[in-house]
Design a protein around this ligand. Sequence first.
Ligand code: SF4
Length: 322
Amino acid sequence: MAFPRYLALVESGEIDDRIKKTWEMAKDCRLCPRGCGVDRTGGESGVCNSGDKLRISSFIKHRGEEPALSGYHGSGTVFFSWCSLRCQFCQNWQISFEGEGQDMSVEDFAQGMAELQKSGVHNINWVTPTHYLPWLLEGLKIAAQEGLRIPLVYNCGGYESLEAIKLLDGIVDIFLPDAKYADSELARKLSAAPEYPERNREALVEMWLQVGELETDDEGIATKGVIVRHLVIPGELDNTKGVLRMLKETVGTKVAISLLGQYFPPHRMRNTPYDRSLKIAEYQEVAQYMFDLGFSNGWVQEGLGVELRHRPDFRKDRKEMW
Ligand code: SF4
């Protein structure tokens, strides 16, 4: 399959239908599973706080993503302001909760992606994009018409509307969703999203149907497929094990997993059970569980003592942030 996938839709004009449909979703906003029903095109805002302006925190050449994404020249990452999830352990609080960033036209957004491509990055990586979908598709169309030719990574929290993800078929090359929770009560407590497990499960299945197993080029750089990220929360190993079982049942053990162990307690977690880092023994326990379930591809974190001698398709990642 040729990549980037969005090129065919832009050339055929089919992207216009997707743009139209996502604007309809934003008018009575159901871009994410919150389904606030506000008119985003008229400036109203819902739980995520975003309104009728595309707001972007930064365009950066990111060298700290998984090696298949950052490669040798970095991942062309665009951080969008605001977020529909309310994760109390968020490491990007100023961007997600306080809206740090600048309002930007879709033309300037397209220009920003063109400049990233010019800098030599391997891909364009949209971080927390879902609440801006119509704006982003408009920007993508302009950028593709002006020469954007690198794969598109959809780097999201995994709390996704199935309707929105279906509209990305033929557009996204690499889906990079989180799978944060299998435990609905934990999802309510830490992210105010009790239905996260169901929405996550159905979105992951759809992503898998669209792009499937991770594919890389001769240099190990991702060209297509799904990579699922899971952050292990201290003391919540049953949640992690539930997520791993869910992945096995839904998309199977060939999906690439990035098992993250860098939980860092923000001050908001004072006086809660989550006011500590993950113990190495906790990380090792869930990594072993993942191997025992039969997962055969992905990354575990360097420095947390996981032995990979008999697991040739798992690699170590030096990731420090996500
Ligand atoms: S994108 Fe924002 S306004 Fe729209 S449904 Fe989600 S939280 Fe509500």
